[in-house]
Design a protein around this ligand. Structure first.
Ligand SMILES: [Zn+2]
Length: 114
């Protein structure tokens, strides 16, 4: 079980060649087990263009992520929307809640022992 998780988690992440320079992070907490999870958003790969149907210029962007933590294997689905300048304009989550980076740091520190 643990090995499967390691392969699943790090197998995909390690294929990225150049670190986190272009990525941003969001922080979520599982509704079920309260695990704090950091989610990387890569603007170069994760943002899908959204069109209004009238032209070829995107009216905005969105990204949808399925996040699985280590504790309970439930999927947390999050969607973040951006305007055409890639500024965040809204976010939604199912199966968890958004937390701040400070909350994540505090929660992740606490759960590391267990
Ligand atoms: Zn959980």
């Amino acid at each position: 079980m643990i090995l499967a998780w390691i392969q699943k988690t790090f197998g995909a992440a390690d294929r990225r060649p150049t670190g986190d320079r272009s990525g941003t992070f969001v922080y979520v907490r599982c509704a079920r087990c309260k695990e704090a999870i950091r989610v990387r958003i890569d603007p170069a790969n994760d943002l899908a263009q959204e069109f209004d149907g009238k032209g070829d210029t995107p009216v905005g962007y969105s990204t949808t992520k399925g996040v699985v933590g280590r504790n309970c294997f439930r999927t947390i689905s999050l969607t973040i929307r951006y305007d055409r300048g890639r500024r965040e304009i809204g976010r939604e989550i199912e199966g968890g809640e958004f937390i701040s980076e400070e909350e994540y740091a505090s929660l992740a520190g606490e759960s590391r022992a267990g």
